[in-house]
Design a protein around this ligand. Sequence first.
Ligand SMILES: [Zn+2]
Length: 352
Amino acid sequence: MEHNHSKEIAYGFPTIFGRGLLDEFKNFVNPPFLVVTMEDLWPMFGHHFEGAECQTYFCGSIEQDALNKEAENLGEVRAIVGLGGGQALDVAKYFSWRKNLPLFQAPTALSVNAVYGQRSGIRIDGKVVYRGWAVPETVYIDYDVLANCPAHLNWSGIGDILCFHTGVLDWQYAEREGKVEEKWRYDEGLAQQSMRKVRGIVENVDNIRVMNDRGIEALVDGLKWGTSYHGAGWCPRHIEGTDHFLFYTLEKMTGQKFLHGQPVGLGVIVGSMLHEDGAEEMLDTISSIGLDIRPEAMGLTWNQLVEGLKLLRSYVNEVGLWHSIAHDVNISDGFIADLRSRLNQAYHYKNA
Ligand SMILES: [Zn+2]
């Protein structure tokens, strides 16, 4: 592990924390502007835009062809505002990119790190791809908006931070096994920075559970590190591994829509158990915050999860994801029994 020179990683977007932020948009966003949001969110937030010269766009299909067509039909628009959780912010980025328009992002939930990525997660023939380039002028984090968001949506966001733990473990594993990609050799400095973001969640369990200002700041700080994927030269190694790989497998297998943090959080536990490193602390963190990562909480039966776990190895090899412990090990029945008893124990008391 000689690649341990610490280099400066450019990451993060300009981010403003405050209150009453949505009411200000009409005073500074160049009109006429477009608010990209979800139809069910608008009744809750539309009043903040009263009197603004703006139109709304409610997200529908996120197929690239459909979005390209929509972008062409936007009419006269001079700026884009993204208002929502993952999807609205991704579509806002996409339109900003296609139309070359300034972008202002206002997350109403911190369920994924979409707001801190340059590219948009969209679909081509139903397959997830990441396309485009958008750097927001500013991301506006409104404490009251986020504190009023259904708690489990924000809790989901820890998935995209705790996954740094398993991402780093997989990176170290691949380096040790001589299976790391030549362009992504292990970098101790980068790994350490990821691990510090994980500590930021572990040390703020109570703040995140009640979603106070400190909890929101801790979540945002961790999610911001998502931009280091680009900052590190599109290297995903310090960001994700087995955690997301389990999610991709379950999604592929069931075609089901998940609250991101649930399957990813479960993947963090599975990955930590495979590496025998930190599983207890990760599960304690996730369950103490309140995010329920048991299969039954995400609409899966235990049989489906077992099927997914058995499929994981062949799936990651077939798709050619970067080398992880999931590429090499078969998940045994004993492992599954252990996982099941850990999950039952973690959530038994909390639900009693
Ligand atoms: Zn993710």
